[in-house]
Ligand binder design. Sequence first.
Ligand SMILES: Cc1cc2nc3c(=O)[nH]c(=O)nc-3n(C[C@H](O)[C@H](O)[C@H](O)COP(=O)(O)O)c2cc1C
Length: 357
Amino acid sequence: MSQLFTPIRIGRYELPNRLVMAPMTRSRADDDDGVLTDIVATYYSQRAGAGLIISEGVYPTANGKGYVRTPGIETKAQMDAWKQVTDAVHARGGRIFMQIMHCGRISHPSLLPGNAQPVAPSAIKPSGQTWTASGQQEFVTPHELSTTEIAEIVTGYRMSTRRALEAGFDGVELHGASGYLPEQFLASGSNKRDDAYGGSIKKRARFILDVLTAMVEEAGGDRVGIKISPEMNYNDIIDESPQATYWDLVGELNSFNLAYLHVALFGAPIDYHALLRPRFNGAYLMGGGLDQAAAEVALENGKADATVFGSAFLANPDLPVRFATGAPLNAPDRDMFFSAGEKGYIDYPALDVAKRA
Ligand SMILES: Cc1cc2nc3c(=O)[nH]c(=O)nc-3n(C[C@H](O)[C@H](O)[C@H](O)COP(=O)(O)O)c2cc1C
């Protein structure tokens, strides 16, 4: 029998299946105030058949924004809009965690209040460009955070966790992947600090552990997950000893009794799932380039407890039904991934709609 459709306990929740919708930025919020537009509730509720939905990355504080039209969870208006999303998902029997994403140096002054410098553990400019309201722009040299400012950011994660729960989320995921602020602290190439937050692996991991401590104090470990992406090398992240770094980090995670560890791999030179799954004491979510067959094999072999799908869920609101019935999949329209509006967002047909047409 297919393992994809057997229930699984993830922290506080019993999921009806092992198909998790990956966190995906879709840029459908108002750019000025970070408030979601009305179509977002429809988008997520269409996908409520997932065992668990992980929301797009949401900035905890305005200095964590890194992309145009991305949402926050700081103001009452932002919370109210998210409440519509969680209500709509729950009304269709689903569960949804919010992904909290602070972009750190992967941002641009034009995206930040008062045209502020983006922040980072060290004043090291990432190579590359970012998409702003006026087109592609070079990254800038970020402001190096003081320890007082680090404490303020940790408080931002704490408050955003509290607000996410108030807005009806079932839990929260710390975005520790893809070269954003937590990984900027973790990786030796972007962290040259010589205080309590830099130097040894333990010190570089401290920011992540401080943030998780705050999030777990708010939500309980059984409602907190973390996503990592070892050796994805995205957003100019380089670490001198990634295997040792992630081995140590995941060992440290065990004390939090987290709901899950979510590991997404993209072209890593070794099988980090084989390394890290036995190291972790909770549910293990595997993602990155999976298809149904690969997911079935991973579950069958005990390499994962649940499997995470990104672009397939984006293009197929009823992905679990399609997998269960062997129906063909809609192809994702990449041009519409980060565009505004309904097209390529809430108009992917579900099977029954496609059949009627
Ligand atoms: C449009 C798009 C937006 C994404 N945004 C995020 C994000 O906000 N946070 C995150 O952790 N990953 C993000 N990702 C990565 C996905 O979560 C996932 O790891 C990736 O798509 C690989 O899974 P897949 O091969 O099943 O698509 C995004 C991916 C896509 C396609």
